[in-house]
Design a protein around this ligand. Structure first.
Ligand SMILES: [Cu+2]
Length: 346
């Protein structure tokens, strides 16, 4: 095959190969949450498995393509030379047994063994998990609970999971509605999130950073907007985050925020959202006690800035159509006050 590149040079055969390589490296490009850029030991084992399967699969495809093309070209040449190509060569059956049964069997058994070994190695933490986080998949966001034997110490957040660097953390995942799948590609494989069942899993990040996760099982119209962030922090930072999350919502320090808290408590907001330390105890939507401390809003849909926050409260249905927060009809003053109040909830 001849490809004429944009610079007019002719390359022979290398064009498609280059295109495939470019596509491959795009998988692994900087800043992307690609499983080919692992951030933990189990994720690198899974990435190695991915590369092995890709390479073995590619070699098989190339060999098959050659085996198909060579007799075809031979036949075509023989036809041009006027000779009739042989229909059947003597050792055909032997090659069918070797090439069609024996070799594929060896490859498939080998690949199966490596896959099974990798999955069993990655599904359990090497050492005991330090603590457990409960994650509930909902249409279309993640409830994240840090349970503690003392109910006063238990806290709930949404779409953002903080973990200390280098420590295996146990996860218990459940669903409040349909089947979802919890996936943080750079840290671990996927785990199904199934209604009526609790699945256990674990994650660990080997270096500090923010790792994007995503629901990986189509779960309805806003499935694509069901992302999450895993924030891996050094122990000390993680502990101060926990202390901050355990505390009730900070009290308003100015009259605007205080009007905002009153409006929030008296509007429908309080029926769906909880803010610890106030009269809002709703359970249908994310806990907003420390909403201002989060990086993103609405499961990774928008960055958490005052402008986006106000836009969300005013018309979440335009930003994430079909989500479970209805259109709220607030007057300008209430919107302004509620936004100002929520922005203080660090
Ligand atoms: Cu989902």
């Amino acid at each position: 095959m001849r490809i004429v590149t944009s610079r007019g040079r002719r390359t022979r055969g290398l064009g498609p190969l280059a295109a495939v390589l470019v596509a491959w490296s795009a998988f692994a490009c900087a800043g992307s949450p690609s499983p080919m850029r692992p951030g933990s030991e189990p994720a690198s084992q899974l990435a190695n498995l991915g590369w092995l399967l890709t390479i073995v699969g590619s070699i098989v495809i190339v060999i098959i393509a050659v085996l198909l093309l060579v007799p075809g070209i031979r036949g075509w040449r023989a036809g041009r030379a006027g000779a009739i190509p042989p229909v059947h060569s003597g050792d055909g059956e032997r090659w069918i047994v070797i090439g069609g049964i024996a070799i594929p069997l060896v490859i498939l058994i080998g690949v199966f063994a490596v896959t099974a070994a990798t999955l069993s190695k990655t599904s359990h933490p090497p050492t005991r998990a330090r603590f457990m986080i409960e994650i509930t998949g909902r249409q279309w966001w993640w409830e994240v609970r840090y349970p503690s034997p003392d109910p006063q110490q238990t806290f709930v957040t949404a779409n953002e999971i903080h973990i200390p660097v280098g420590e295996p953390i146990a996860l218990r995942v459940k669903s409040a509605d349909v089947i979802h799948s919890f996936w943080v590609p750079q840290l671990q494989g996927k785990i199904d999130v199934i209604p009526g069942q609790t699945n256990t899993f674990w994650i660990r990040a080997d270096s500090a950073g923010v790792y994007r996760g995503q629901c990986a099982e189509y779960c309805g119209i806003q499935h694509a907007h069901m992302a999450l962030q895993v924030v891996a922090q050094p122990r000390a930072q993680f502990e101060s985050w926990v202390a901050q999350q355990r505390a009730p919502a900070p009290a308003p320090t100015d009259s605007l925020a205080s009007a905002g808290r009153d409006a929030f408590e008296h509007q429908a907001c309080a029926l769906c959202h909880a803010i610890q330390g106030t009269g809002a105890h709703g359970k249908m939507g994310p806990d907003l006690t420390h909403v201002a401390s989060r990086l993103m809003l609405a499961a990774g849909t928008i960055p958490n800035t005052p402008g986006h926050l106000a836009g969300w409260i005013m018309n979440s249905q335009t930003i994430k159509p079909g989500n479970d927060m209805p259109q709220m009809y607030l007057d300008g003053a209430s919107l302004h006050a509620i936004t100002a109040y929520l922005a203080t909830l660090h």
